[in-house]
Ligand binder design. Structure first.
Ligand SMILES: [Zn+2]
Ligand SMILES: [Zn+2]
Length: 394
């Protein structure tokens, strides 16, 4: 049975995958600078005899074709970039690049997909169809490596019927995996607002146009986007984390700067909300004698897990891991550039549990103490291989 073969190969490969993960972890590179990581992946693919092609500078795409007759194609995606964070973990595989850290687990995704590639290579004679491996750069920075690779044709020649991706999750115990069918992660846009008035002495407000008061009105009014305009069944978030009014106790400033984030799970509503926010802020500023520049930097779209594919994938995961090791995920209002694949292809993005409370491995992603319980790699490499061959109809 192919399942037992994959489970055995996962055991055999575990130490090698951990070594690869530790190598990548100790040599992290920022988004759009994954030169060494990309070379490392290329070298490993060469060792496996897998042909590859570069895409989006540091990205790689490779094909593994099974020997049984089938023209089905499935794509597996791993991201490779790290974050501008200084690692605080004192571990033998601590980051050797000052100020850069794999704090989002992309070292895990990359080494795991290499492990999956090795399993699939060993099993070539036992399955039919083609597995497309996508090693993607720059998940953490706009415009996102996924959008660049799609533009360069990563989903063509051959076109995969499904794209699968996994991501570490320190909220879930190692050994367990999480799935959610339908909308899963949010679109994320950055908001940059400048409210302009006319500054002056705080004791003579009648001679000034106070941008601080205008801003206060705008901040309160904009929350109606969430509470009055958004469909209550459709999650929406609007948060402003930066408000700079650089006056003094007795000085009204000329302008106030705001920075915030807008998140949603519906592209139509997202576009409508952008217009509404802009109109509301500009209208309020104008009615109070000031003006407002409202700039929106569009980020990733929302991520949707295609229901049929996700249900099938989930049941294959239960088959591979045991029902007790597959859990449901809640909506997560963070963004992920895997969303781009999900907008143009049937896609499923699932979570790999990496928590081990007993060993104190509980830190969130994007923190200096993030780490994973590495035993989870044995399941992650096998699960992805199993999901791929099942998706290919084996
Ligand atoms: Zn991240
Ligand atoms: Zn990530």
């Amino acid at each position: 049975m192919i399942k037992q073969r994959i489970q055995q190969l996962s055991k055999d490969l575990f130490n090698e995958v951990v070594a690869n993960r530790r190598h990548i972890h100790s040599h992290p590179e920022l988004s759009f600078h994954e030169v060494e990581t990309s070379a490392f992946v290329a070298k490993k693919l060469d060792e496996l005899g897998i042909g590859w092609e570069r895409m989006a500078d540091n990205g790689l795409v490779a094909l593994i074709t099974g020997e049984k007759p089938s023209d089905k194609v499935v794509a597996l995606r791993a991201d490779m970039d790290a974050l501008p964070i200084t690692e605080a973990n004192e571990v033998p595989y601590k980051s050797q690049n000052a100020g850069v850290m794999h704090a989002c687990g992309h070292d895990v995704h990359t080494s795991s997909l290499l492990g999956t590639a090795k399993i699939l290579t060993e099993l070539k004679s036992e399955f039919g169809g083609t597995v497309k491996l996508i090693f993607q750069p720059a998940e953490e920075r706009l415009p996102g490596g996924a959008s660049l690779m799609i533009k360069e044709g990563v989903l063509e020649n051959p076109r995969p019927a499904a794209v699968l991706g996994q991501h570490v999750m320190p909220l879930i115990d190692a050994g367990k995996f999480g799935f959610r069918s339908g909308k899963y992660m949010a679109s994320t846009d950055e908001l940059y607002v400048t409210v302009k008035g006319k500054g002056g002495h705080g004791a003579q407000p009648q001679q000034n146009v106070d941008p601080v008061i205008i801003t206060a009105h705008i901040l309160i009014a904009l929350q109606q986007i969430v509470s009055r305009f958004a469909d209550p069944k459709n999650p929406t978030v609007l948060s402003f984390g930066k408000v700079i009014a650089n006056g003094a106790t007795n000085v009204i400033p000329n302008e106030v700067k705001l920075e915030g984030t807008f998140r949603a799970l519906d592209e139509g509503w997202r576009a409508e909300a952008h217009l509404k926010m802009k109109k509301m802020a500009e209208g309020i500023a104008e009615s109070m004698g000031g003006s407002c520049e409202f700039t929106i930097m569009k980020g990733y779209p929302f991520l949707i897990n295609e229901p049929k594919l996700t249900e099938a994938t989930r049941s294959h995961a239960e088959d591979y891991l045991g029902k007790e090791n597959v859990v449901d995920l809640d909506i997560w209002m963070a963004a992920e550039d895997f969303a781009y694949y999900s907008q143009v292809a049937d896609a499923c993005f699932y979570r790999m549990g990496t928590r081990n409370e007993g060993r104190g491995i509980t830190s969130a992603v994007h923190t200096p103490t993030f780490d994973i319980e590495e035993t989870a790699l044995e399941q992650s490499i096998g699960l992805m291989a199993y999901l791929a061959v099942k998706q290919l109809g084996n």
